[in-house]
Design a protein around this ligand. Structure first.
Ligand code: AMP
Length: 287
């Protein structure tokens, strides 16, 4: 904290930038992105946003240059020393996976014993194989890991994968995951102690946005006698709100449902007598 303001380090480039800024805006923080250089002052909350390279976020937080930071779980696993995770953020999802050339007779991580594994995550990779007593030679690379087998640098790789398309393009096949990763909010241990209330306030807002994104608010009209049938279809957060309508025998039902369930739910609600079904986004949700 400097001058009573918290500092939050966020990536200034790469794939975590857009979803991070979107989350902060959705949480209600008002700030200018300008050219995403250095510091942006949040106008309505005592937070300064520090734009730094994704790879530097952890160091900034560890050195207490920033109180909090947004980074990838994979980078945290790879860092020399870990930091407390305040909250997983649900985006930037990927896995750190082992992969081999498609035609190689290797089916599982155990088959890599005695072989070379190229990776840009040497610490996490070394630790993972050591924990399983699989003796591999880890070849650290800073990029273009997926071409290492073709160049004869290694028999296998360990790299970040989301869809697997990059692996396939490079003639590689995944044989196992080392870890699952998503963006995380990390904190400096001293800052988490000394600014516990401020951290909790920001965390509550971020959590409310993330919870809201996972759900939808569904409103519908229905004949009152179909209530039990409709209620059975709506395993919401709590029991649904049921409101009598001016039209005798008709009710309105409001419920919170899982965002992923909406597709399957709508035809079933309709079949159970619902009409005028509205599906609305939820801006924030504190359960
Ligand atoms: P950047 O290299 O700055 O675009 O960001 C890399 C970070 O984004 C990684 O450290 C991961 O946490 C995350 N990420 C999510 N999906 C992928 C992916 N398919 N490949 C690489 N990084 C990913």
């Amino acid at each position: 904290m400097s001058g009573g303001r918290m500092t939050l380090a966020v990536p200034n480039k790469g794939r975590l930038v857009e979803p991070t800024l979107q989350l902060l805006h959705d949480a209600g923080l008002v700030f200018e992105e300008r050219d995403r250089s250095l510091v942006s002052r949040v106008e309505n909350v005592a937070i300064d946003i520090l734009f730094v390279r994704t790879n530097d976020v952890i160091e900034f937080v560890r050195d207490a240059v920033a109180d909090l930071g947004v980074t990838g779980g994979d980078l945290l696993a790879e860092a020399a020393a870990t930091l407390p995770v305040v909250r997983p953020l649900g985006y930037g999802r990927c896995r750190l996976a082992a992969a081999v050339p498609s035609d190689a007779p290797l089916a599982a991580a155990e088959d890599l014993a005695g072989l070379r594994v190229a990776t840009s995550h040497p610490r996490a990779t070394t630790r993972w194989f050591a924990e399983r007593a699989i003796d591999v030679e880890v070849i650290p690379l800073s990029g273009a890991v997926e071409v290492a087998p073709r160049l004869g640098l290694a028999e296998a790789i360990v790299d970040l994968v989301s869809t697997g398309a990059t692996l396939a393009t490079n003639g590689l096949r995944p044989i196992g995951d080392l870890l699952a990763s998503e963006a995380v909010l990390v904190g400096n241990p001293a800052a988490l102690r000394e600014s516990a209330d401020e951290v909790a306030r920001l965390d509550t807002m971020l959590g409310a946005v993330l919870e809201g994104r996972r759900r939808k608010y569904v409103m519908m009209n229905a004949p009152a006698e179909r209530l039990a049938e409709l209620e059975a279809l709506l395993p919401g957060l709590e029991s649904p709100s049921v409101i009598p309508l001016a039209h005798a025998g008709m009710i309105a039902i409001h419920a919170v449902v899982g965002a992923d369930d909406v597709w399957g739910l709508l035809p079933r609600l309709k079949a159970a007598g619902a009409s005028g079904i509205l599906v609305l986004p939820i801006e924030k949700l504190v359960a």
